[in-house]
Design a protein around this ligand. Structure first.
Ligand SMILES: Cc1cc2nc3c(=O)[nH]c(=O)nc-3n(C[C@H](O)[C@H](O)[C@H](O)COP(=O)(O)OP(=O)(O)OC[C@H]3O[C@@H](n4cnc5c(N)ncnc54)[C@H](O)[C@@H]3O)c2cc1C
Length: 275
């Protein structure tokens, strides 16, 4: 199928993009890498009157490294991160996760902001960035607001993006020198979306011990203090039954589905312990 006819605009700065969004209202749709929106347009799942292409906005491709972390513009692609054009303040976690997303052709165009806003529960960034304690900054007519990545995803394919807002950047805290992280994505073959994802970050200098169960059918399950589940990250300490119980309490009723998530998190923790 082909998309419906739509008007196309390519603003060169965020202010112009926000004006276009405000003028066009709900009939406007922002496009970044088009890796998710493109197929949805072709299938006519979305039928916008105006498509606003934000990929030529320099501000959205800015990367700013600071002592405590990094701010990554929404239009930075997975490939930019995979190739090291973005300093990896997370001890290699950003590059590793970017490399595991889909195929190179998708990574060349798909953006970090598009991935988070599309809010596919099986996507990689939402889970790893939640484990890292990252946040997103949104800009609209009312100004800027910053929220944790995990709160940005409200549910499957639903982000906390208010009418007229753009996601402008993602901020990732810098890991301490003794930090360990693990990420494990269970999928049938490379390039496919995950059936289960486990992620963890243990950073003693900052008192951080986070675990995330991702690729659920909704937002990821984030355990902000996961010491009781994964120990201190210096050895393989993992309480499988407690993780299973957590998944069950979060609404995962199928025992086999729960087991795939337990295994994914166990492998992430084992990866962190050996890093
Ligand atoms: C074959 C294939 C395999 C894939 N496999 C994986 C995988 O294994 N793991 C994974 O994580 N992803 C995977 N993806 C998805 C890919 O990572 C996309 O990059 C991502 O889903 C969307 O990013 P995008 O830049 O293409 O956004 P687009 O498709 O352009 O937009 C997606 C949505 O976000 C909105 N949007 C985009 N940017 C902004 C912004 N800055 N502010 C506000 N709204 C915005 C759009 O309006 C739209 O609703 C795959 C995609 C394909 C086609």
């Amino acid at each position: 199928m082909k998309p419906v006819d739509f008007a196309y605009a390519r603003p060169m700065d965020v202010t112009a993009a926000l004006s276009l969004l405000a003028e066009a209202g709900p009939s406007a749709k922002v496009i970044a890498g088009s890796q998710s929106l493109g197929p949805m347009l072709n299938l006519r799942l979305v039928q916008p009157g105006l498509v606003i292409d934000i990929t030529h906005i320099a501000e959205l491709r800015l990367v700013e490294e600071r002592p405590d972390g990094i701010s990554i513009g929404a239009c930075i692609t997975h490939a930019d991160i995979e190739d090291g054009r973005v300093p990896d303040v997370a001890a290699g976690a950003l590059r590793d996760v970017a490399h595991g997303i889909a195929y190179r052709a998708v990574r060349n165009r798909g953006t970090i902001g598009g991935s988070l806003t599309h809010a596919d529960p099986s996507a990689d960034w939402i889970t790893m960035l939640a484990a890292l304690g990252a946040s997103v900054t949104l800009r609209g007519a009312a100004g800027l607001r910053t929220i944790p990545v995990e709160d940005y995803m409200l549910g499957a394919l639903e982000a906390d993006l208010r009418p007229g807002e753009l996601l402008v950047s993602v901020t990732v805290p810098r890991l301490g020198r003794a930090a360990r992280w693990g990420y494990y994505k269970l999928c049938r073959k490379t390039g496919e979306f995950a059936h289960a994802i486990g992620a963890c970050v243990v950073d003693p200098e900052r008192g951080v011990c986070r675990a995330v169960i991702g690729a659920t059918e909704a937002r990821p399950i984030v355990v902000a203090d996961a010491r009781h589940l994964i120990g201190d990250g210096t050895q393989e300490q993992f309480d499988g039954p407690a993780v299973d119980e957590l998944a069950r309490a979060s609404g995962m009723e199928d025992a086999i589905v729960r087991q795939t998530h337990v295994v994914a998190l166990r492998r992430a923790v084992a990866g962190a312990a050996h890093r």
